[in-house]
Design a binder for this molecule. Structure first.
Ligand code: MTE
Ligand code: MO
Length: 424
């Protein structure tokens, strides 16, 4: 008993040290319940109003009106554009908790000018044809009869990268999101159709006017691609490809064909509308492949946020890689001079956002915060300087790494506690 108590005392002492003069929760002694206002006594006041149980609220839940994080258009491009078409809409990662992006906040990219198709799932078909023994068409009901998988995966657009003009993490990194996806492995469908020898690629096609097609290596298609009808416990949202979207885990976003209606098995890479101006296969891009490199970003504190003053903060961030599981995340709170291992929160899943954190006592002086991800292949997230050195080009302020830029993001914490994008 005595031992227990002294352990507890030591724990309390240690947590006070950790807090380093924590200014949070400095509570005045609570007076009598009836005297004075409850708020000034440190207690939660009685609610002033109650949310009425309207039909709407009961039928499909909404978040609290005090939660205001929303998506916004990305990269200075108005979304939807003047015709109501092309959309690049970014997730508010600064408000993210855990690893799942709520479906209503999942980023959206429709790249080639189409409205969101309004598809009746009863009419929808997935055709699997080309170099197969048995061409097949599946209704949504057919697909739901087949063995399913449920997996956490991120999707990330090639446009997602540190940028000198980004005011917030939503601007720089909001074109990635992570959801729980449910569907049928593409390998199940391809085996059912019987892939013929000599086949080496598939072309996956969407249902909208411009077809949003992509060529995908057959090896990847047979490995871990999923034809998904479920997202975060319900049907895939229209903006994400309702009623069926392809997930190509860890590959650049454009491969994840939405409104999936056709898989053609072929014996070579086919150019598609998506190649126009996008998948430049110069040697520099090709060197980086289709795979998203190891990546991480500190979500709190991040640019646009304000620290209350010196003292304890849990730094929080997200890490992910197309190369599998996040194995390690390091954080620097001194501009990259020294690095500490962050803690991985929960379980790291393959090709999924992974939450990390680090306890930090801010001494109130200006500093730079960085994070660096290592994946299960041993790939390490580089700095811009390292990428420039690799390609033997000078590191100028406007140097943009080619391909899917996975360089380290730096945030600057000013002495007044304001946090800024320090593109370096
Ligand atoms: N059919 C179709 N699929 C598509 C697109 C598209 O315009 N049409 N956009 C692609 C791009 S560029 C990206 S980054 C991802 C975005 O997926 P999301 O909108 O679900 O976030 O979908 C890809 N799949
Ligand atoms: Mo994209």
């Amino acid at each position: 008993m005595g031992l227990k108590r002294s352990n507890r005392r030591r724990f309390l002492k240690n947590s006070a040290l950790l807090a380093g003069g924590l200014t949070l929760g400095a509570v005045k002694p609570v007076g009598s319940q009836t005297s004075g206002s409850q708020a000034s006594s440190g207690q939660t006041p009685e609610p002033q109003a109650y949310i009425k149980g309207t039909e709407e609220l009961i039928a499909y839940g909404q978040r609290s009106r005090f939660e205001t994080a929303i998506r916004h258009s990305h990269g200075g491009r108005h979304s939807p554009d003047a015709f109501g078409l092309v959309m690049h809409v970014a997730t508010p990662l600064q408000e993210s908790v855990g690893v799942i992006t709520p479906s209503s906040l999942h980023y959206v990219a429709t790249t080639r000018g189409s409205y969101i198709p309004d598809i009746d799932p009863k009419e929808h078909r997935l055709m699997v044809h080309g170099m197969v023994d048995r061409p097949l068409t599946f209704t949504m009901d057919d697909l739901k009869r087949l063995p399913s998988v449920t997996r956490l995966h991120f999707v990330e657009c090639a446009a997602n990268r540190p940028s000198p003009t980004a005011k917030t993490i939503q601007d720089s990194h909001g074109m990635t999101s992570c959801a729980e996806w449910t569907g049928v492995l593409l390998s199940t469908l391809l085996k059912e159709a019987g892939v013929q020898s000599g086949a080496s690629w598939i072309v996956a096609e969407g249902a909208e006017e411009v077809k949003g097609a992509s060529s995908i290596p057959l090896a990847k298609a047979m490995d871990d691609c999923v034809a998904c009808y479920g997202m975060n416990g319900e049907a895939v949202r229209p903006q994400q490809g309702y009623p069926l979207r392809l997930l190509v885990p860890g590959f650049e976003g454009i491969f994840n064909v939405k409104w999936l209606r056709r898989i053609k098995v072929v014996d070579q890479y086919y150019m598609t509308y998506n190649d126009y101006g996008h998948l430049r296969q110069g040697h520099e891009d090709a060197a980086l492949g289709y795979m998203i490199g190891p990546k991480s970003v500190i979500t709190y504190p991040s640019a646009g946020q304000q620290l209350a003053g010196k003292g304890f903060y849990e730094l929080k961030g997200l890490a992910w890689s197309g190369g599998g599981t996040v194995r390690r995340v390091e954080v620097s709170t001194d501009g990259g001079r020294s690095w500490k291992d962050a803690e991985i929160r929960g379980t790291a899943h393959r090709m999924a956002h992974t939450r990390f954190s680090l306890n930090w006592n801010w001494d109130g002086t200006e500093t730079l915060l960085l994070s660096r991800c290592t994946d299960e292949l041993g790939q390490i997230q580089p700095t811009r300087a390292q990428v420039a050195e690799f390609f033997k080009v000078p590191l100028t302020p406007d140097y943009r790494p080619p391909g899917r830029d996975n360089t380290i993001q730096t945030w600057r914490v000013a002495s007044d506690g304001s946090v800024h994008n320090a593109y370096a």
